[in-house]
Design a protein around this ligand. Sequence first.
Ligand code: ADP
Ligand code: MG
Length: 700
Amino acid sequence: MRPPLLNPLFASVTTLSGVGPKQDRLFRYLLGRDDTPRLVDLLLHLPATVIDRRARPKIRDAVAGTVVTLEVTVDRHRAPRSSRAPFQVFASDDTGDVILTYFRSAPGYVEKLLPVGARRFVSGTLQMYDGIPQIVHPDRVVDEAAFAQLSGIDPVYPLTEGLALGSLRRAMAQALQKLPELPEWISPEVIRRCQFPPLREALTRVHQPVELTDVLPDGPFWARLAFDELLAGQLALALVRARLRRPAGDRHAGDGHLRNKIIDALPYALTASQQQAAAAIADDLRQPVRMLRLLQGDVGSGKTVVALLAAAAVTEVGKQAALMAPTEILARQHIKTIAPLAERAGLRVAILTGREKGKERRDLLARLAAGEIDLVVGTHALIQDDVVFKALALAVVDEQHRFGVRERLALTSKGEAVDVLVLSATPIPRTLVLTYFGDMDVSELREKPAGRQPIDTRTVPAGRLNDVMEAVGRALSSGKLVYWICPLVEQSEAEATFHLTNATERFESLRERFGAKVGLVHGQMKGTEKDRVMAQFASHEIGLLVATTVVEVGVDVPAATVMVIENAERFGLAQLHQLRGRIGRGSDASTCLLLYHEPLSEMSKARLKVIRETTDGFRIAEEDLKLRGEGDVLGVRQSGLPGYRVARSEVHGQLITQARDEALRIIKDNPKLEGERGDALRCLLYLFERDEAVPLIGAG
Ligand code: ADP
Ligand code: MG
């Protein structure tokens, strides 16, 4: 149960004065909640910037275009003569006059705010009209008493259409008033080392800044809040990790007989790093603690077979495995590679995506529940409620960054102490691994399977499109398979101005030139349709495949050796690398042509240079990180970590590690969260809604 101490913070925002049903709707949208937000949600909505109102010139000295606070006496009113004319207030100090202008104000509003003869502090952006200073809609109008309460620095919040800054600020001020006295949950050593202010001070100073720097994410106030949030996350992860031990004697790997059969059936030898990864996984599966392992390896490095071996290990002890892929194409690709190998070892495999429906789906679910399927490969269709396993022991999640933490948890909750193997073709920065998984073991497939040829990558200005067409023509007549990648299917006007090429249009023009050997695959096509085209390509029925980025992830046609990417300057580095990974998978040399439009931005230039210079995914990820920051490496927006409201990967990377260390120390010293500190930490877990971990405390 939530500590009663926190109740005031979990009251609905609608309990605040001035927050009605309309604001409720706006706040839900702004704060990203399905139900009415609580005060805590409001308080964790932090300012984007501040307005400095501390400049207090005399009217004569006020600079046009700047924000000023003037101390004035109201001289007279001029009411509007038509509905479109403004209400004007003439005011002055001992150096000059200023006009305060209001459009469409409610009747009586201005008269009340600025009565004739009153002294007021008026703040806003000063403008000059016909040589007369004016402020249109002053941001603040207060009397002397109220003025004494203001710091002169106003927070500015991210807003949503229809929500006024003023009403958000008023709600925020009331919420701050309701903040209860909370115990300190951070240890004294960390407080001292990081010089964190107390929570109350942190919240107050970001919402009511005294200095311009008070709202900066890397400042002490924001950092304290970020640390709290990260600590709650790390503590929850650590609790899950520490408590989820297997029942005694229960192990998820058998004697290796199925794995050996698979290895014997392989048409190739495993690379040394594939062997190491498989061994590490088998070892994890035998441990009394859950496996949480990340298998990182470049596109084409052979992660699938390692995942299959892991599935075989759990099958050896009569348990089940699931492999979840982000797209249907990829799921089908996996089953195609896996099925023949699995069959040789007697593993029963099946596929479950959105496309399996009706009786087929019902039969499949029944077999899954009866334990008659050993490995199920699928998309997020796997996490639907009615998908039940007899004994799920291993969840393999491919291309992790396409899935949220929620999906991963949804899959692992379908079994007891499920082991997790995450496959990623993009090396994930350490800080982000920590944020989402806590401590996670990492295996890397650094070497490419033997016999791979390097890819010759070239950049070509769009003006030379014809030369590229001719080169493609030559490749086609010598029997090569060619991908032609276009960024989008539909062409909107805005995009047209950026020269984005319409895949359908390109398909038509290529078809005109090269005839029936040209195919098209894009995201809006039906799954079966996509498969059919991909199969035609794999069997050389189609030689030139025009595609949008649906081929980006995992698609495996080893015979394809040429790729043209249009508007290459518009793609991110990771995406270019993923796309290019579709070629260079066989034993023939491959060529990648990056068509670009000029002028190139510095960023695009840098990206194209990196992609030309190397095919090493680890290096590309490092460069990407340097160029764009961590958020984008995971395809996550810069501004925040998903599931986190305050902490930001690019600013608080250091804090993530510190929060992890603190969480591990807590689990070691006080695993049942006892005593005063324990109570405080429970508060923290509830405050940041990580309380799903609370029932696990002391359960071991
Ligand atoms: P990814 O890591 O991108 O998922 P895949 O598992 O799809 O890579 O493997 C890419 C291709 O390499 C597949 O066709 C697979 O059969 C092949 N492959 C995997 N391991 C080896 C190996 N050790 N030697 C040769 N080919 C391999
Ligand atoms: Mg793959």
